[in-house]
Design a protein around this ligand. Structure first.
Ligand SMILES: C[S@@+](CC[C@H](N)C(=O)[O-])C[C@H]1O[C@@H](n2cnc3c(N)ncnc32)[C@H](O)[C@@H]1O
Length: 220
């Protein structure tokens, strides 16, 4: 089996996607490991990661080795672990989550992955995060937060942490917003985003994730 690079740090065997494991021999969420040309790769499961599902649905990855990434809704670090593989040692990911329970796992993960910095905070509290992350310039922001005001959280954080022209992605979960038809909700949320972002591409994440839209955009 051969692997071909499809985006910076992301590889495909034609069916599944992989990232090169930053911490050899270690799995993060039970994913398969494989060796190709002497290097170890971790399978990226699209059923466990919205970013991973987006790749399968044709959304490109703008992330490059060495970049600084802001990740809102880090949870236990499933998706973040692949981003950690992509940005490698010289990059950095700030992983924000409100839950102390999941943060415990993320802290353990950050002990093996030095480019990962967990931050326990409510993503609504941008004044607090701004003080902590004062001088950091981010190359990309990703959000996966299932809250009613998820689009506002994204817009508020982008206002503080993203410069004009920088890429960002949001996974919008329709059912967290209301019980209206998900197509209608997702359309309304996309329109909200368009006030401050140029929407480059979007995709429904079925069959990997139900009622989710992943939007890839660029700050105006
Ligand atoms: C669907 S999970 C994220 C899964 C993760 N993105 C992954 O692929 O590995 C959503 C996360 O958002 C977090 N969350 C919810 N509301 C939040 C808020 N206001 N600020 C920060 N995190 C929040 C939850 O604690 C939960 O861990």
């Amino acid at each position: 089996m051969k692997l071909k690079q499809i985006f910076d740090g992301i590889y495909s065997d034609g069916r599944k996607n992989y990232t090169e494991n930053l911490v050899k021999g270690k799995k993060v969420y039970g994913e398969k490991l494989l060796t190709f040309k002497g290097k170890e790769f971790r399978e990226w499961n699209p059923f466990r990661s919205k970013f991973g599902a987006g790749l399968k649905k044709g959304i490109p990855s703008p992330i490059k080795q060495g970049q600084n990434i802001l990740y809102l809704g880090a949870a236990e670090g499933t998706t973040i672990s692949h981003i950690s593989d992509i940005v490698k040692e010289k990059g950095m990911i700030i992983g924000i989550d409100i839950s102390a329970r999941v943060m415990q796992k993320l802290v353990e993960l950050s002990e093996e992955r030095e480019n990962l910095i967990p931050y326990l905070v409510d993503a609504n509290k941008t004044d607090e995060t701004k003080k902590e992350l004062n001088n950091v310039e981010f190359d990309f922001m990703f959000q996966d937060i299932s809250q009613k005001n998820q689009t506002d959280i994204f817009l508020n954080n982008a206002k503080v942490f993203l410069k004009k022209g920088k890429p960002a992605m949001i996974s919008i979960k329709a059912r967290s917003i209301s019980q209206k038809s998900s197509a209608k909700i997702l359309q309304e949320e996309k329109q909200k985003l368009e006030k401050e972002f140029i929407v480059k591409q979007s995709a429904f994440l079925e069959p990997f994730q139900k009622d989710h839209l992943l939007v890839y955009c660029e700050k105006k």
